[in-house]
Design a protein around this ligand. Structure first.
Ligand SMILES: [Zn+2]
Length: 152
């Protein structure tokens, strides 16, 4: 199944220190995992796997957290996962996301990984542990940065 795609808008413009910008900088000059975002732009959720010890790492890393090897390769995680746990954000959303409440967040199990993510297009009452969820790539209209979410 192909990942769905949606344009989103940056939350209200507030001059914040860069560290409070929810969406990470994604260019090669800003991060050593820019390949993750390049892959995400093409609809692929990927991460790094250690060539030395075989650990699949999440979030993607430049050094293996298990054996400290820098010999890593990119692996595709596919576009489907299983809802492992979820909750609903009703109040206290991160700065700039107050208007989105209520929204669902959860842990999505893909292989051995648990990936925290927003769960879009679902009401809390309708979600069930173990249900299939699908990758959704969101793109900021302002500057084209992308991020992942899942949807029912
Ligand atoms: Zn390793």
């Amino acid at each position: 199944m192909k990942a769905s795609r949606e344009k989103i808008t940056q939350p209200d413009k507030i001059d914040l220190p860069q560290m409070l910008d929810f969406y990470p900088l994604q260019d090669e000059k800003d991060t050593r995992i820019s390949q993750f975002f390049k892959n995400l732009k093409t609809g692929q959720l990927t991460t790094t796997k250690c060539k030395t010890c075989g650990s699949v790492l999440w979030p993607p890393r430049v050094v293996c957290s298990g054996c400290m090897s820098e010999e890593l390769e990119w692996v595709n995680l596919g576009t489907e996962g299983e809802l492992y746990a979820f909750t609903e954000m009703k109040a206290g959303a991160p700065l700039g996301f107050e208007k989105d409440v209520p929204f669902c967040i959860g842990l999505v199990k893909i292989g051995s990984l648990l990936i925290s993510s927003r769960i879009d297009e679902a009401r809390y009452e309708d979600l069930k542990i173990g249900q299939r969820v699908h990758l959704k790539v969101v793109e900021l209209e302002d500057d084209g940065r992308v991020f992942y979410r899942f949807k029912v």
